[in-house]
Design a binder for this molecule. Structure first.
Ligand SMILES: [Mn+2]
Length: 311
């Protein structure tokens, strides 16, 4: 549907339940919070589905809107959910409307508005909420800035466009707390995460003139650092930060003699081909697999495959 049709839809329905995705990020949660707040501001009843995987970073933003037990709802809207199986854990019902930016999003919903050119759903939602309410308030500006900034890697990823900056500028005009949000989202980490990164960096093994970099994360390292699951996000990016890197491999011990492998490449070699050797798959620049070996053995097994494929 068009933006106007979507706004008309939001105006003509009520009793909203807003859904986020599995392992929720700043885009899905920021959009859900902003949409819920804006709907309430125009007199609607709206709640967020209680996604059990919300991390501490985002809890304050969404918790006040969680659906109370026993509260009935009518209209179910998902934000940033690409596929049915990506819906937050525990939700089994139908979805009436999908607001998304994943190219194939919305296929599981009765209605959808999908705009893949947007770096974040937050970019699209700003347009919709401006049309719906006449202008976002400070809470919504903060939530949408969270969406925009996290999905664009703080405006550093290749999905960032002039429109992304224009949306951020409008959110700044609307009162978004840019400095505080950037500090919280990008310039701070838990002490456990700091210790874990230190251990991962110390584990780095480099080959091929440091164009192949392998990091190992053992259960013992996680325990020593006191790391919880949310301290482990984007760990696979670390090895690839070596400036000479072409292929970065992160070996994570899941249990005794069983490891999860994440491969990231610069596109000059296929991460899929590397992972297919171990029954995995993925994309050209990011793929994964599991190997039933101890961490160091798994690291050397992957090294051997990468070196055989090396071009
Ligand atoms: Mn997104």
């Amino acid at each position: 549907m068009t933006r106007q049709e979507c706004v008309d839809y939001l105006k003509s329905h009520d009793q909203y339940l807003i859904l986020t995705h599995l392992r929720p990020d700043g885009d899905t949660l920021g959009c859900a919070a902003a949409l819920c707040h804006a709907l309430r501001r125009i007199g609607k009843q709206a709640w967020l589905y209680r996604n059990p995987e919300v991390t501490l970073t985002y809890l304050d933003m969404v918790q006040p809107f969680f659906l109370p037990a026993g509260q009935a709802t009518e209209t179910v809207v998902s934000v940033d959910v690409a596929e049915r199986h990506m819906l937050a854990r525990g939700y089994e019902g139908p979805v009436d409307l999908s607001i998304d930016h994943h190219p194939k999003g919305g296929s599981f919903c009765a209605e959808s508005i999908i705009e893949p050119a947007c770096a974040a759903v937050g970019e699209l939602l700003l347009e919709l909420l401006d049309m719906l309410t006449g202008g976002v308030d400070v809470f919504e500006a903060d939530a949408l800035y969270t969406a925009l900034a996290t999905d664009s890697g703080c405006f550093r990823f290749s999905n960032t466009t002039a429109d992304t900056f224009r949306a951020a500028a409008r959110l700044t005009d609307a009162g978004a707390h840019i400095a505080e949000l950037n500090k919280k989202l990008f310039r701070s980490k838990s002490r456990a995460r700091m210790l874990l990164e230190g251990a991962i960096c110390a584990s780095l093994q480099s080959y091929k003139d440091a164009q192949l970099n392998i990091a190992v994360v053992t259960l013992e390292m996680l325990q020593t650092a006191g790391a919880r699951e949310e301290d482990c996000q984007d760990m696979a990016d670390l090895a690839g930060m070596v400036d000479t890197n072409r292929v970065a491999v992160t070996v994570r011990e899941l249990r005794k003699d069983h490891c999860k492998i994440s491969v990231r490449t610069d596109g000059s070699m296929s991460a899929i081909t590397i992972c297919q050797a171990f029954g995995g798959g993925g994309h050209l620049m990011a793929a994964g697999c599991e190997i039933p070996m101890a961490p160091q053995d798994a690291a050397q097994a992957v090294r051997k495959v990468v070196e055989e494929l090396w071009v």
